[in-house]
Every structure is written in C-alpha cells, then in structure tokens.
Design a protein. Structure first.
Length: 252
C-alpha cells in the first residue's frame, strides 16, 4: 500500500486526514507532540485495517525531527505522500501589541518545522523519482487580515515555499501542492486564544464553518489524482465566507 506521513495528527485536520486514508488501507505515519493521543489514534486506524506507526516529536526541534525520521524502520522509509499539516496561530493581537514568544512559536512551527520535516523526507522521494508533498497553508497565506499579522506571514511563507519546492523538485517527478482552508472549527481557535473555550466557540458563531472531515476529503482527492496530474493550489472556505474580511453571520 502507499505510505502517507502526516504531521500534526493528534487533532483537527491531521487526525481527520489519517482517519480518511485509513479507510482506504493506506500505510500511515502519524506524528505530533501528544503521545497518548497518537496511541489512541493508532488503535483506531488499525481497527480500520491500516498499518500505522506513531512518531512523537516536536517539529520545532530540528534534532528531534532528524532523529525520528532518520531512524524510521526500513519498511517505513518509502514515503509516497507527506502532509505538512502541523501548525498553529498563537494569539490574536495588533502588530503593535504582539507577543514575541507567540511570534517565535508560529515562525518556528509553521515555517521552520515544515522545512525540517520536508528536508528529511525529500531524499527518499528523489531516490524513488516520485512523491507528493502537500502543504497545509490557509487563506491567511493569500490575504492579510486585522490581528493576523505574523500568522498570515507564516502562511504566506508556506505559500512561497510550496511554489519554490514545486520548481526545485520538478526534475525529480515530485508533486507539490497547497491546500488553503478558510474558517474551520477544530482546536485551532482554542489554541490561538490560549484555551479560552468560550471565545473560541464565538469565532464560529452565526455561520456554518468547515469541519476537519471536509479538509480530509479534499486532501484525499489531491493525493489520489493520476501520476500526471498535480493540483497546485486549492482554496476552500465555508460558503458563508467570501474571503478573510467578508464572513456572513446570522444574528438571532
Ligand atoms: P488543531 O489545533 O486542531 O491541530 C493542530 C495540530 O498541529 C495538532 O495535531 C498539533 O499536535 C500539531 N502541532 C502543533 N504544534 C506542533 C509542534 N510544535 N510539533 C508537532 N506538532 C504540532 O488545528 P487544525 O487542524 O485546524 O490546524 C492544522 C493546520 O491547518 C495548521 O497548519 C493550521 O495553521 C492550518 N489551518 C487551519 C485552519 C482552521 O481554521 N482550523 C484554516 C486554515 C489552515 P500536538 O499539539 O499534539 O503537537
Ligand atoms: C486559519 C484560517 O482565517 O483564521 O488559517 O486565518 S484564519
């Protein structure tokens, strides 16, 4: 079976992507920092008939990333699809009120973490003369919105890296795609708003947001096109969201 490597599989999109691919019996490597969640998910995916390996690491820690991927068992080394999904927004402030710890966390996770993982997986794809890297960007990688500043900058960086990787890896037959969701109700807002569940819930009030399963369906479609077809970039929003600044909320 083809092998997919998913970063950030302990919640949200990554978890739903793992669930989706397990139903088609792909071999799956799931990663994230929260080991217990990985173990629970591993059991669930195996019950669907998939072969699963849990690999706990923090994408921000270069040596942890290198160690985890370099030491993959031989039968888990031929990765067909990499989903660079681990990421977050930390805080929601005007640039003048920003917190530098939050800035570092976002840049280290969304940009440097993605690069560390990708650097480790590319050599195997080059040797195989094929592979597919799917980066989870965002509409925040296409537009800037109030209080989005550094998060938007990291996702614009992912957008630029996707385009650059596609050029650099062209001669090796490796596809590079980007999926760019709008508002999706996962743990994203809870993380961004530092655990304030009430405020996180309010982000999705008055409209029907995307859910993780919507994104998993799309990622599955992107990953399963014929060898000669590469979806470069796919923007998806809730129907109620035209772009980052036009969101139609119904008030009671
Ligand atoms: P969730 O918070 O639900 O999931 C985030 C995942 O990323 C978790 O599995 C988390 O695992 C992992 N992660 C975060 N930091 C690290 C780290 N340092 N090392 C390893 N794993 C990490 O959010 P979503 O599923 O919504 O977000 C997934 C991606 O989609 C992100 O890149 C986000 O920016 C992007 N996105 C989200 C949108 C939304 O509205 N929800 C819209 C557009 C894009 P753990 O904490 O266990 O390490
Ligand atoms: C998450 C979507 O609009 O909150 O990337 O930035 S948004």
């Amino acid at each position: 079976m083809p092998l997919i490597f998913i970063t950030g599989a302990t919640a949200g999109f990554g978890k739903a992507i793992a669930q989706k691919f397990s139903k088609s019996k792909w071999d799956i490597i799931i990663t994230g920092r929260r080991k217990e969640r990985l173990m629970q998910l591993e059991d669930e995916l195996k019950a669907n008939g998939a072969k699963v390996l849990s690999l706990p690491f923090d994408v921000r820690n270069e040596s942890e990333v290198n160690h985890a991927i370099e030491n993959l068992p031989q039968e888990w080394k031929k990765i067909d699809v990499l989903i660079n999904n681990a990421g977050l927004a930390a805080g929601s402030n005007l640039i003048q009120d920003g917190n530098t710890d939050d800035w570092n966390t976002m840049i280290d996770t969304n940009v440097k973490g993605l690069l560390y993982v990708t650097k480790n997986i590319i050599p195997g794809m080059i040797a195989a003369k094929k592979g597919h890297i799917i980066n989870m960007s965002s509409i925040a990688g296409k537009e800037a919105y109030i209080k989005g500043n550094v998060y938007c900058a990291t996702k614009h960086a992912v957008d630029a890296l996707t385009k650059s990787m596609r050029v650099d890896l062209l001669e090796h037959g490796i596809k590079v795609s980007s999926v760019d969701p709008g508002a999706a109700e996962t743990e994203f807002s809870l993380v961004r708003l530092k655990g304030d569940a009430e405020k996180a819930k309010a982000v999705y009030k008055g409209f029907q947001p995307l859910v993780a399963e919507d994104i998993a369906e799309i990622v599955y479609f992107v990953a399963t096109r014929p060898a000669h077809v590469c979806i470069n970039d796919l923007i998806v929003t809730p129907t109620a969201q035209a772009n980052t600044s036009h969101l139609l909320r119904k008030t009671e």
